[in-house]
Design a protein around this ligand. Structure first.
Ligand code: SAM
Length: 301
């Protein structure tokens, strides 16, 4: 049994999120860039592999690749194939290049996917994703290819904005028909854009319509089951329960361990460290973990 990382608030670390690149083919109007400020390089494959192996040694069970856009990494398949077998490996993508890659990614060992899809209307989709490269048809083809390749469960990520709020019922119906989980995400409005939709109002509606409501351990996220649809709501803002049940560490696209999405301090550079040394650094990062909202809340687990 590996040594588990548990911080001084009693929170276990069971997930690692690695940003594989700061590069992205889209320019989403709200993007938080995974909390990164001016990354200076792209994480080398060997560093990502060593970090994942070190994390697995310390009891991490799930690994998520993010970015930037992870599908822009030319070596993505090779990277996935070298990840520890015992980890559940997923990635979050805008899906534009997914149709071409889904089958190969599945064969390399990818288990499942989150696909960002903020609208089913081409005009709204382009307006949110920053212009002409936001080709909705390609994302829809990518979603079908991912399903065909068996990359399930697939989660459709929607950041709730004023622009797409009226379209949420259509997105619920789309996910139901495709047999996918819809994940409604509260906007982290770090730049004070004022473009956020009213997720509280949406959640009140879900509460009324739901046949059944469950709660996930991670972040205490609520899941609503509505007539065959499965809708998960992610609400980090001012949410002490969310932080008290956070189980993640992150690695930035330039190879630094980041204990919290919302904090830019306490970054630990992996440099050229080997697996054993990275284990020490991960434990050090674990010691630095602090809930962003509700510092004094102690988890009951
Ligand atoms: N390019 C990939 C994608 O589109 O999924 C991975 C990177 S993106 C930063 C990862 C996820 O973060 C996406 O689902 C995106 O919608 C979400 N995201 C980005 N900025 C956000 C913000 N300000 N608030 C909430 N979620 C955000």
């Amino acid at each position: 049994m590996p040594n588990l990382m548990v911080d001084r608030y009693g929170r276990k670390v069971t997930g690692l999120r690695i940003a594989l690149t700061p590069r992205c083919n889209l320019k989403c109007i709200y993007c938080h860039h995974e909390g990164e400020i001016d990354p200076q390089r792209e994480i080398p494959a060997e560093m990502a592999i060593n970090a994942a192996r070190a994390a697995a040694d310390l009891g991490v069970r799930s690994l998520k690749f993010t970015g930037g856009e992870p599908l822009l990494r030319q070596d993505l398949e090779s990277l996935i194939s070298q990840m520890p077998q015992e980890l559940d490996i997923s990635l979050t993508t805008n899906g534009i290049f997914l149709a071409e890659q889904a089958q190969d990614l599945a064969e390399a060992g990818l288990d499942r996917l989150n696909i960002s899809l903020d609208s089913l209307k081409p005009g709204t989709y382009r307006a949110i994703t920053g212009g002409r490269k936001g080709d909705l048809e390609r994302v829809l083809a990518g979603i079908d290819a991912a399903k065909g390749a068996g990359l399930e469960p697939i989660k459709i990520n929607v950041v709730v904005l004023k622009k797409n709020e009226p379209q949420i019922p259509d997105l619920i119906e789309f996910s139901r028909q495709k047999g996918m989980i819809l994940q409604l995400i509260e906007l982290l409005d770090l730049r004070g854009l004022g473009i956020s939709g009213d997720i509280e109002r949406i959640e009140r509606g879900l509460q009324e319509w739901a046949d059944r409501i469950t709660m996930r351990e991670m972040h205490r996220r609520k899941k609503y089951f509505i007539d065959g649809a499965e809708v998960e709501v992610v609400r980090p803002m001012d949410n002490t329960e969310f932080c008290a049940h956070c189980t993640r560490l992150r690695i930035t696209s330039d190879g630094k361990i980041k204990p919290c999405l919302l904090r830019s301090n306490n970054l630990i550079d992996i440099g050229t460290c080997d697996r054993e040394k990275i284990k020490e650094l991960l434990q050090k990062a674990n010691d630095l973990r602090e809930p962003y909202f509700g510092k004094n809340v102690i988890s009951d687990k």
